[in-house]
Write a protein that binds this ligand. Sequence first.
Ligand code: HEM
Length: 485
Amino acid sequence: MLVVILICIIAVALYIKFRYSRVALYKFAETWPTYGDLPILGHTHWFIGGPERIFNNIRTLMDAINAEGKTVSSVWIGPSLYMVSFNPDDVQKILETCLEKDYSYKFLQTWLGNGLFVAPIDLWKVHRRLMLPIFHNRIIEDYIEVFGEQGNVLVERLQEQVGKPSFDVYEYITSCMLDIVFETSMGKKMDVQHNPDTPYLRARKTVMSIINMRLFKAWLQPDVLFNLTSHATVQKENIDATHKFTDEVIRDKIADFDEENYKEGRKDILQLLLERKLAFSNIELREHIDSITIAGNDTTALVISYVLLLLGEHQDVQEEVYKELKMIFGDSQRRPTKEDITKMDYLDRVIRETMRLYTVVPIIGRKTQKELKLSTCTVPAGVGCVVVPMVLHRSKKLWGPDADSFNPDRFLPENSTDRHPCAYIPFSYGTRNCIGRYFGMLAMKSILANILRSYKVTSQAFDRLKIEILLFPVNGHQITLEKRL
Ligand code: HEM
């Protein structure tokens, strides 16, 4: 009994000491409006539950904060203070000046090391500058051939679903995107579309699901607690397996590397990195290549799948897209070229509107490195800044009373002139935005053009969503296919 009392006294004393050391932060947070917090817990209870409940809670909490008309609000998750803003001027300032990622990205860092996505700011500055020329439009356009080739395989595979009941198209699309990112980033023809269940792909999925679980389970976040669970061992084994795979590809590439051989033709990203003799170690190469294959795959596959869901629901829009494709291709089944893709204006608007309504990267977390002056307050250094594109994209203040409806013509040039640059940020904004956005747009247009020339899509209304790092529909991307004549 005495021992228990002693432990309680020590715990209370430690808690008081901890609170005392952060008095300045608490005092400061009190000056911000807040909503839905509890004593001691703060907002932690909003982030407990399954992925659907967490999505609904985040939506409710953020909508309430946004509706209150407060430009800046505080959110406490456990002991961490976050500042949320829905004022596009503040969002612009945060994304332009706070380039350091939030603490929550550290769970990805165990896997992706100092790859571009999670790299600490000093290293990121150097590496982003070195990588930018490799993501130049001219180089990315060389990959259009791969997009067309893999898109054709996808169309062939989808044939098995024609006339059948609804099925989850995401599984097909993500395999196609994996083939694309593996071939373009490391020159590896994996043929995931025909072999979707390899040990490497299983290891990737396992790591993703453990990281996602950790993100939303507060008690698994401290390393000391996580390392006591079996998840830590499983995560380590699977991370090691994915690292081994990429390390081997890099070793083989270096062994075969002969500058003379690489003079002509299309080059994958790894070749380009080697050829330029950039000062990357083998580990850094692996971290960058892994980051690219992870950041570029599910995001793009999800957007394509959401486009198919929305077009299945909005047949008039689908017919408009089909008409545009007919005008570009006639009856030809040829692979889309750069010129073809440039002409897909309506499809472009459909994709943009889809990314507005279903923002696959729903939340972005940054950290202030020094004091940051926003519209209504000055945020001290070391505070997490949360930008929530999925809420900004449906804000009635920014998009009008029909913000929730699907209308690709919002993105007509004449309807976009007065829009704030941070009202629409599916690829984030500022210098730490998505380096693969041109790659993603070209791949999405090419693949959608291939599918929609061959098949007519139908789908049913879907409204249940969940957050598993990215935004997924709870029941999958269920569509049915009919062959076009
Ligand atoms: C529809 C497709 C895509 C969407 C919606 C998307 C979205 C985003 C967003 C929002 C970020 C910033 C995340 C943050 O700050 O937390 C980001 C970063 C990044 N994306 Fe994408 N992305 C897409 C496709 C791609 C593709 C195809 C690639 C590579 C081929 C790629 C590679 C990256 C990388 C490497 C970063 C980190 C950039 C940095 O920190 O400098 N993404 N992406």
